[in-house]
Ligand binder design. Sequence first.
Ligand SMILES: [Zn+2]
Length: 212
Amino acid sequence: MNPNYKADERELVKVATFFKKKAKQLIGEGKLGEENRQVEAAVDKFIEHLDEHADTRAHILKEREQLGKLVKDNAECPKCKTRDMIKLVGTDKDERGWKSNRYKCRKCNIQFTWNRPNNPWDMIQYIEEVMTLHHVKTGDTTLSSDEREQIAATIQGMEDNLAKLKPVIESHDREYEALQVREGEMAKAVHEFKNTLLIEKIKMDTWENKHK
Ligand SMILES: [Zn+2]
């Protein structure tokens, strides 16, 4: 049995497989008409389709999990400015909905939320916001040309990071959204297939009874 099935999918495959075996057996014993062979083919086709869907889903969800761990904090305690004694204790959401990690410094015995998001989706927005603020600064004539050059270099670095991060996340998000649509379609197909099996079972029982 495919380990990527959801509980209801696993249940349906169990029933369908049993049903297929039973039909085959009855046909073999001459208790069921040959026309019921189409049930076997329908079961095989459905399981094949479900297998493919379940495997793709597992792959996309695994990728999403890995992307979620992509951002590594370089967090340090705001009080003692070291990272030696800090421990991750949870996550926090700010007013924009961006998620960040929350730490405890065991040396200072304080808790703090790190000032950057802990995931690439919020990180992209964060970098874009910081870039905008920096862009404004490059036009500030009260800054020295050295300072402005420094800011321009920082912006360039952020642009490079974004150019790497954004396509990966956007391409994954498109796959993830398409998966959500297919999940809905599959739930419907599972439901319809259950009904088909039920109808076939009634037909089988009727046929069996008539030919007893
Ligand atoms: Zn500290």
